[in-house]
Design a protein. Structure first.
Length: 798
């Protein structure tokens, strides 16, 4: 029975510092781009190139792979080459004040337009009163009034003459004119009229009625003349106002002649000014009796421009990173202000959201943040689907009462959204949101690892150079970079791959710099990087130390020497989030007469996960294939993880459990100085598992704690050799022959290492040699079967 053990160089990844041509990273050119993400980079470049609807980008991948940083970097580079988008502003809608108008201006002209309109209002406040204070205006106005007075006097005279002819005198009253009859040359009162004879009274009443009709006719003519006078004065004021306003508006129309929307707005402004010319003529005292109600401060306010998107300082297309994408921060909002206890709003209180600020460019969002804010995700999708942003307050959508509010004109939006999120969120949205797959057609998938190559290691050196220069840290020498590359391989869990979790690399770089300073050096070397890694582990391995203490005290029962029947040392991984370590655990199996099969004690006590249950059920299939081809598998067995109270999951201990069963059935003791990890299938093939490095190191630490014998070791799947990146102390023990690692590919190899007895091969009769492990197992199972048959026969006879 040949037993292969791993050589020291097979147990870890070694980065040769001499392959680097530099002495320190000070001479290394900075990194350009990102390392090891060719697939994601290709997807990003394509997604940024395609400008069609729905080709927004979702960047997914593990945390810490540089997704967000890369997204901002590449998007900003692309945006610099693109045109600067237009400015947007809201102005007063003179036809419907509840629907402010959205105006587009070339980039940078929005701020000019705001100032131009401010200057216009200030000019109006001075020019209009000045124009109306001129002598010409007063002369023309007096002429109009004089003409009216002449017409009025002439009409009154005509009416007075008519009254005189009828024997009446015409007098003015508050309601118009009053006719008083004259009898015998004297005015008579209504009491005197009542005393007159009937025929004379009837004649007076008839004449009075005729005069009243004539009076009404004259009054209408006078009122018409008054209206004409007012219209003439109004026209005069418009002419004067146009004289004061026209050239100011014309200057603006000339300046913005290429913007037809601006021209139309300026014409509407001019019309409104002329219609409300008195607003600019009133003095502060004339405006209102109380200071807080004076209108002077608000004169011309409706001609203000609310510039909500200003790209005057933007270079290329805008790139907006919204770190708090609430509905209002994303879409925009209409704000309110308290005036005398009343909440009011107008177009000047409209605020743009990040979608409008990024209009014509790029918007980068964290998917989790968008989904966590009420209404934000639906609002974002609505803008992307319709291609326009409609600003409305979120509360209005859920109000039971219809409230009067502004309805700003929608603004066309053309923006490429880059969402950054986890693979879980991507799958969740893809499967449960039909709009998502239509709106985010580009997936940029960041990998957690990359293949090892000289080019990759050189890029790692460039990454170190870039980060140390940017962060003001000490440079690394070649040994420091090499040690960092080795740590990256350990993080990747593979000797032929490097980790792309650059946030963890950056942490080690920063902490290695700190230890360099504490040690009084100015160049980061391998020992500084190693110290940073060790200290980082020390800060997080409290639980591991507690378990080792319990092992040393004998509280945790674990045999690391000798042999035991039905007892094997298994290995598991405990992950506390920031630190993972291996824990050796005693696994025991007891077999006895019966047909209950294999009982998983963890499952019976609800401490077992589904994957662990699957692994145990696989054992039944293996035993049946090996030992139940001619007779039924007559077996009862119980298996458990001793002193494991927190639950068990995963199938990496299935081979260990099978060894314990085979030992119990065969009666052969197994070595306690060898721990086992590995999954097994129904054909007895050993399958790879995760956390092999942590598991091997966990058993080594236990052996070191209790005393190394030179015979201890771990059985691992042969496929996991490439996943080993053991600590230098373990590698040294392997090199000195104090610790051994056995790679295997079948159960038979493992049981031979553990028992020192050949596993045995089935002959043409389906039997195993009696002195082999499987021969002993077959004999025990046959014995169980015979006893069960005998018991059945006795029961039947009774």
């Amino acid at each position: 029975m040949s037993q292969r053990t791993l050589k020291p160089e097979e147990c870890y990844f070694y980065c040769d510092p001499t392959q680097f041509e530099f002495e320190t990273t000070e001479t290394v050119p900075p990194l350009e781009g990102i390392i090891g993400q060719e697939r994601a980079v290709r997807a990003m470049e394509f997604g940024l190139m395609v400008k069609k609807h729905g080709y927004n980008i979702f960047i997914t991948g593990p945390i810490g792979t540089g997704k967000s940083s890369y997204a901002q970097t590449i998007v900003k580079e692309v945006a610099k080459t693109e045109a600067v988008p237009d400015d947007w502003c809201y102005v007063f809608n003179f036809e419907d004040p509840s629907q402010p108008l959205a105006l587009r201006l070339p980039s940078g002209k929005g701020a000019h337009f705001v100032k131009d309109m401010q200057r216009l209002v200030e000019s109006l406040k001075s020019e209009i009163p000045k124009a109306f204070d001129a002598d010409d205006y007063e002369r023309q106005k007096a002429e109009i009034y004089r003409n009216y007075q002449e017409v009025r006097a002439q009409l009154f005279e005509e009416l007075a003459n008519l009254a005189e002819e009828q024997g009446f005198v015409l007098k003015r009253s508050s309601s118009g004119f009053v006719t008083v009859p004259i009898v015998d040359g004297e005015e008579i009162s209504s009491e005197d009229i009542a005393k007159l004879p009937e025929d004379l009274k009837e004649e007076l009443e008839k004449k009075t009625s005729e005069l009243q009709f004539s009076s009404l006719h004259v009054m209408r003519r006078i009122q018409a003349a008054e209206r004409a006078m007012k219209e003439q004065i109004k026209e005069l004021e418009k002419r004067i106002g146009l004289f004061a306003v026209g050239y100011l508006i014309d200057e603006l129309k000339e300046k913005y002649q290429e913007q037809t929307e601006i021209i139309a707005y300026l014409e509407a402004v001019q019309k409104d000014i002329l219609e409300n010319i008195d607003d600019f003529r009133q003095t502060e005292e004339e405006s209102a009796p109380f200071p807080w109600l004076r209108r002077k401060e608000t004169v011309g306010e409706k001609y203000r421009v609310n510039l909500i998107v200003d790209n005057k300082d933007t270079i290329g297309a805008p790139v907006v990173v919204d770190t708090n994408p609430t509905y209002y921060n994303l879409i925009g909002r209409v704000e309110y202000e308290n005036k005398l206890g009343t909440m009011t709003t107008d177009y000047a209180l409209i605020k743009a959201g990040s979608l409008l600020k990024a209009n014509g460019g790029y918007l980068i969002l964290q998917a989790r943040d968008v989904l966590a804010n009420a209404g934000a995700w639906e609002g974002l999708k609505r803008v992307l689907k319709t291609g326009e942003a409609c600003l409305e307050n979120l509360g209005e959508q859920f109000s039971l009462l219809a409230m009067s509010s502004l309805r700003p004109q929608a603004i066309p939006v053309q923006v490429k959204v880059i969402l950054v999120g986890s693979p879980y969120l991507y799958q969740l949205l893809y499967h449960y949101d039909d709009d998502f797959r239509k709106l985010f057609k580009i997936k940029a998938d960041f990998d957690a690892e990359m293949a090892v190559s000289r080019e990759r290691m050189s890029q790692m050196a460039s990454f170190v150079a870039s980060h140390t220069k940017r962060a003001g840290l000490f440079p690394f020498d070649r040994t420091g970079v090499a040690r960092l590359v080795e740590h990256s391989a350990r993080l990747a869990g593979h000797q032929e791959k490097l980790s792309t979790h650059f946030n963890e690399i950056v942490e080690i770089i920063a902490e290695a710099d700190a230890w360099t300073r504490l040690m009084g050096d100015e160049l980061v070397r391998a020992e500084h990087v190693a110290r940073a890694i060790e200290e980082k582990v020390y800060r997080s391995n409290t639980y591991e130390q507690k378990l080792q203490q319990l092992l040393a005290e004998g509280t945790i029962l674990l045999d690391l020497t000798g042999e035991k029947v039905g007892q094997v040392n298994g290995l598991s991984v405990i992950d506390s989030g920031d630190y993972a370590f291996g824990r050796p655990t005693r696994i025991t199996a007891v077999t006895y007469l019966g047909r209950e099969g294999i009982i998983n004690i963890e499952r019976e006590t609800k401490l077992s996960g589904r994957l662990h249950d699957k692994g145990l059920l696989t054992l039944t299939g293996y035993l049946a294939a090996k030992f139940a081809q001619k007779v039924p598998l007559s077996l009862s067995a119980s298996i458990t993880f001793e002193q494991m109270y927190g639950g068990v999951d995963g199938d990496s201990a299935s081979s260990t459990e099978l060894y314990a069963l085979l030992s119990s059935l065969s009666g052969l003791p197994v070595r306690q100085d060898i721990a086992v990890t590995g999954s097994v299938n129904q054909h007895g093939e050993i399958q790879p598992i995760g956390g092999v490095t942590e598991k091997v190191e966990g058993f080594f630490k236990a052996c070191k704690l209790m005393g190394l014998t030179g015979k201890q070791g771990v059985i691992i799947p042969v496929q996991n050799i490439v996943n080993l990146n053991l600590h230098a102390e373990v590698v040294t023990a392997v090199r000195e022959g104090k610790f051994h690692i056995y790679p295997i590919s079948t159960i038979e190899e493992g049981i031979e290492i553990l028992t020192g007895v050949p596993a045995g091969s089935m002959d043409e009769n389906g039997s195993y040699p009696p002195e082999t492990v499987y021969g002993r197992v077959a004999a025990k199972l046959a014995e169980y079967n015979d006893l069960l048959q005998q018991a059945k026969t006795e029961n039947d006879e009774e």
